[in-house]
Design a protein around this ligand. Structure first.
Ligand code: FAD
Length: 491
């Protein structure tokens, strides 16, 4: 089988996963990556003694990572140490109103009960249903390539799908169980990862609550980039060659096939090409118009997941009252949600998220310092300027100072921001999206951008804009799914 060559564009989780799977199937595999580091949106940087993961920070669904490495005869523990966080995270509703979410189920039920009578048992029932959705969703549905409805044609699977609340919204589903606004907000928060409002997200995705509350929040010691390093080590052990600083400029084609891929370091030839860079970029910048799957009109009509305004901040001294993960829900989400999803603009009083991996890991900040990662979800396609970045920094840091009583601004020793224009420059992201394409009902499974080019026999796509969707575990799965399809056609 070593006679077949595969070329993967992009070294995000999806590209790395596809490359590993293809190499294990005997393809001679090469990755070309535009940036000077691998990992895509999950890159990491170190500065002034601080180490920051640039994108993902929540390690959910540990079973997906374990089963990924198991496929190749490895285990997560061969590469990195996983720590289960307890509390998993905290929600901050205001000064003195922190709600730590315990890892232990009994304690979590007691917490729900203390907020709303009867909610403890309702949580148990909610998570029982969510466990079923997780089992079917993560073990069966997400591995479907989404190329035809017939994939879902087995009677058992159809029955499963019907039981999975595909046609009910997450917002309705949650309200059937809980009344208290704090509990509603807590149960709706995980679907925000999927890029759409709970009103527009199928209740199938309560499987995310199972991931959150039952499977737990974990942390790879050293940071999320440990996953990238682990995948690179596995890829290299299987013979994958990885070229960084190797931006693809064009995918050249002839007679319904890719002939070669032109990069800034020269041309690469391959029997099959898997594009793991943002789908929209591949289509509109790398392919000739006649080779594209979709029109500009199609892309304009897609619901993109949010972008985000990010800050990486090194702070001298210990920050009290903060945990590894902190959700600042100290303001009404409705106007912020409107500014993200229905009337795209900079929000007035945004919710935000703060992560301090230094609370768990002494290796990521100098002794006596904290590394603070701040994230404001925003609408894609907004124009970000230095004034805007500095305005929002002041706004959320002032709020954090008021609520936690810490003095942050006076103790900053390192600071960097990252927003829409950086997503575009660094990842060629469509409208500066952070998490790809939203998981709405009309953008699920076969309704997602297809994983194969319709005109070119040897061009496939992977990553968070195609099946199964955004997030680290889905991106890993996306790479596996596309590799299966490639192997079926090219073996
Ligand atoms: C701020 C942020 C927070 C997040 N938080 C979480 C979280 O907590 N948990 C979670 O599970 N998920 C999270 N996500 C989502 C998760 O990080 C993504 O879904 C996942 O990393 C996407 O992987 P990918 O391989 O599809 O894309 P990418 O990581 O973007 O990889 C695509 C790669 O292609 C490269 N590329 C682009 N154009 C070219 C070209 N012309 N030539 C060569 N290479 C090119 C890019 O440089 C990039 O390396 C977060 C994302 C962001 C941005």
């Amino acid at each position: 089988m070593m006679d077949k060559k595969a070329l993967v564009i992009g070294s995000g989780f999806a590209g790395l996963s596809a490359a590993i799977a293809l190499a294990s199937k005997g393809f001679e595999t090469t990755i070309v990556e535009k940036n000077n580091s691998i990992g895509g949106r999950a890159r990491q940087f170190s500065e002034s003694g601080f180490t920051f993961d640039m994108g993902p920070s929540w390690y959910w669904m540990p079973d997906v990572f374990e089963s990924f490495f198991n496929r190749f005869g490895k285990s997560v523990s061969d590469y990195y140490e996983l720590i289960r966080l307890d509390p998993s995270y905290q929600v901050v509703y205001g000064k003195g109103e922190e709600m730590p979410i315990p890892a232990n189920m009994g304690e979590l039920e007691a917490l729900f009960e203390s907020i709303e009578a009867g909610a403890g048992l309702k949580l148990r029932e909610f998570l029982k249903q969510a466990a079923y959705k997780y089992e079917v969703g993560i073990n069966k549905l997400v591995y479907k390539p989404g190329r035809s409805v017939t994939e879902f044609a087995s009677v058992k699977l159809l029955a499963d799908v019907l039981r999975m609340d595909v046609f009910q919204s997450m917002a309705k589903h949650v309200r059937k169980f809980f009344k208290h606004p704090k509990l509603i907000e807590l149960m709706e928060f995980p679907v925000l990862f999927l890029g759409a409002l709970p009103e527009n997200t199928p209740a199938l995705y309560s499987l995310m609550n199972y991931a959150d509350m039952s499977l737990g929040t974990w942390y790879p010691k050293g940071g999320m980039f440990k996953i990238v390093e682990a995948m690179a080590a596995l890829a290299e052990s299987l013979g994958v060659s990885i070229h960084t600083n190797c931006e693809v400029l064009a995918i050249n084609t002839q007679g319904g096939k890719v002939t070669n891929v032109q990069t800034i370091k020269g041309d690469f030839e391959a029997d099959v090409v898997i594009a793991g860079a943002d789908y929209h970029h591949v289509e509109t910048k790398l392919l000739k118009p006649e080779d594209r799957n979709y029109s500009a009109k199609y892309w304009d009509s897609r619901v993109m997941a949010p972008s985000s305004l990010l800050y990486y901040v090194g702070v001298k001294g210990e920050l009290d009252g903060l945990l590894h993960h902190n959700l600042f829900f100290d303001t009404d989400f409705a106007p912020h949600a409107k500014a993200i999803y229905t009337d795209p603009k900079w929000p007035e009083r945004p919710l935000f998220y703060a992560s301090l991996t230094s609370k768990t890991d002494a290796t990521v900040a100098p002794a006596g310092h904290e590394n603070l990662f701040l994230l404001i979800p925003t609408a894609p396609g907004l124009k970000d300027t230095e004034e805007i970045r500095s305005k929002y920094f002041d706004l959320i840091v002032n709020r954090m100072e008021d609520i936690t009583g810490n003095s942050i601004k006076d103790n900053i020793v390192y600071q960097r921001s990252f927003a829409h224009s950086d997503f575009v420059t660094d990842y060629h992201s469509f409208k500066g999206n952070a998490y790809g394409l939203a998981n709405t009902l009309t953008q699920t499974a076969i309704l997602k951008p297809a994983l194969k080019n319709k005109r070119l026999n040897n061009l496939f796509y992977t990553g968070q804009l195609t099946v199964p969707g955004p997030g680290v575990p889905p991106s890993l799965i996306s790479g596996l799914v596309v590799a299966e399809e490639v192997a079926k056609e090219f073996k």
